[in-house]
Design a protein around this ligand. Sequence first.
Ligand SMILES: [Zn+2]
Length: 319
Amino acid sequence: MTRLKKVILILLAPLLFVACQPSKNRLSDWMKHDGKIKILSTTAQIGDLVKEIGGDRVDGWILIQGDLDPHSYEIVKGDGEKLQRADHIFYNGLGLEHGASLSSMLKSSSKATAIGEKISRAYPERILKKGEIVDPHIWMDISLWKKGIDPIVEALSAIDPEGTPVYSERGKALLEKMETAHNNVLSQLQKIPSEKRYLVTSHDAFHYFTRSYLADPGETHWGDRFAAPEGLAPEGQLNPRDIQKIINYLKAKRVSVIFPESNVSRDSIRKIASAGRELGLEIKVCSEPLYGDAMSGLTYLEMMNRNAETIAKYLWNMQ
Ligand SMILES: [Zn+2]
């Protein structure tokens, strides 16, 4: 290495160090008292709505970051301070955040709003159950998730009454954006011939999505159009009966592609694909993932659009 290169590297080192720690610095900014409303959202799907509605008045933080599983997330060191610092907390509820430590903290907090519970109380007929258990994946239907706008506008306005006109205005703009996105996803997926609109993914995250976007208009047996080897929360454990059930489904519906989810291990679906191949079925694991519980850096609407594009591409266009 030349002397000049060494000098440049030494000069750049502090900058590289800072660049490697953006989230740590962002967090210490978020913890500061700087006049902004500090909102903690458990998931990125909620955080994205808060960001769109809150604009510059609000500084948001996501508790369950990256590709972590929201179903089983437990409080880690530093989370207690975030929950305490937040002016308000938004979470999904409906049993999504069922890790014992997080769930009890959320339920005992006087400043936490469960968006899913609010939507469920206002539109109980649109909430799905698997047996007796409520399906928490309501963000997978944009036309249902948009119902979360009002509770967020309301909660932000209560903390920051001066910002009410801003929150209402931004809420209205977001509603329009979500309605357009819903229609786009719907029309893109409805172009797939009905007999090909059958979806298999890693876990039970796509029931709301299937009812809204893959079912024929007015179809009552739409539940038939989606299957997943793992339940409402990814379990990672499959018994031979689970595998056989999915193979029977793939065979009956003539489905030849299984979609992995961005934050769920591909072990289960790989096992299914190889068991199917042993039986002479042609089953591919899609090379592009779908986004269910995690957005992996995308915005909420990007995630929904990406899902629609990937499904349309592999269920239909590539056949
Ligand atoms: Zn899930």
